[in-house]
Design a protein around this ligand. Structure first.
Ligand SMILES: C[S@@+](CC[C@H](N)C(=O)[O-])C[C@H]1O[C@@H](n2cnc3c(N)ncnc32)[C@H](O)[C@@H]1O
Length: 249
């Protein structure tokens, strides 16, 4: 995109490739698709879905699919992602989350599923979400959590084609800092421990070495839910979910 401060060409190339992997593996294989749907539904708990919703960095449209029938719009940088998403909902536009192509105060809910860690200027990305949200509107973020579980493999994965150098795991502290000016945090949840790595067959296909992977993933998802309730241990997760409300000025 034409932003003189940031060169998005690498990000677009990576995401165009990832779009193919999402459609042919991540969201196609039953065990990984079901796992992703499970935690995507977590994003929609305790938020009002009645007004205008923005799926920020919509990718191939996993959230758009769950929000069929709602007044939902999608935005993404990658044309390949958008081509796939437009098969689910045609209210998707090409745009940059650092300069959202929407007027001030035009949404009641903004969802950012695995987007923020991609942004070279996270502060600007959050300010844009605050700008397009109506006062009192809600935002839900899910991203990779900085933890013992996530740090080592991510370093290894960084060498692959799915992540560019600017991608990094986030954390509760980072979200608290990013959101302090314009939002009140309502809830922070941790999720994804043992089952999580099985759900990325585009990065490593565990079905090659794990028999009955669907049943194993389902079982480990139950274990994960239990772990997510254990104080302190639960913070060592792969995923973090943050729900926040736009301050009323
Ligand atoms: C990890 S993918 C997640 C896609 C989708 N939300 C999902 O969960 O399947 C990150 C998405 O953010 C998009 N993205 C990255 N940087 C962006 C930016 N500056 N503006 C808009 N979209 C961006 C990518 O093209 C990609 O589709």
């Amino acid at each position: 995109m034409n932003d003189p401060r940031h060169d998005f060409s690498e990000e677009i190339a990576v995401q165009d490739q990832a779009a193919v992997a999402y459609q042919s593996l991540r969201y196609l294989k039953p065990h990984s698709r079901d796992y992703h749907l499970w935690w995507t539904r977590l994003m929609l708990e305790n938020v009002s879905l009645d007004g205008r919703i923005l799926d920020n960095g919509c990718g191939t449209g996993i959230l758009l699919d769950l929000l069929k029938g709602r007044e939902v719009f999608g935005v993404d940088l990658s044309m390949k992602m958008l081509t796939a998403a437009s098969e689910i909902d045609d209210r998707v536009v090409r745009g940059n989350s650092l300069e959202l192509p929407f007027p001030d105060r035009s949404f009641d809910l903004v969802l950012s599923r695995s987007l923020i860690h991609h942004l070279p200027d996270k502060e600007k990305g959050i300010a844009e979400i605050a700008r397009v949200l109506k006062p009192g509107g809600q935002a839900v973020f899910v991203d990779t959590n900085r933890s013992i579980l996530s740090d080592l493999p991510r370093r290894i994965a960084n060498r692959g084609e799915h992540f560019s150098e600017s991608h990094q795991n986030l954390s509760r502290k980072v979200f608290e800092r990013l959101l302090e000016t314009d939002f009140e945090i309502e809830r922070i949840e941790y999720f994804g421990y043992l089952a999580y790595p099985l759900a990325f067959p585009d990065l490593y296909d565990f079905s090659r070495i794990v028999p009955k992977i669907e049943a194993v993933t389902r079982f480990l998802t139950v274990v994960d839910r239990i772990i997510s309730r254990v104080p302190l241990v639960r913070r060592q997760s792969w995923g973090i979910l943050v729900r926040a409300r736009r301050s009323v000025i």
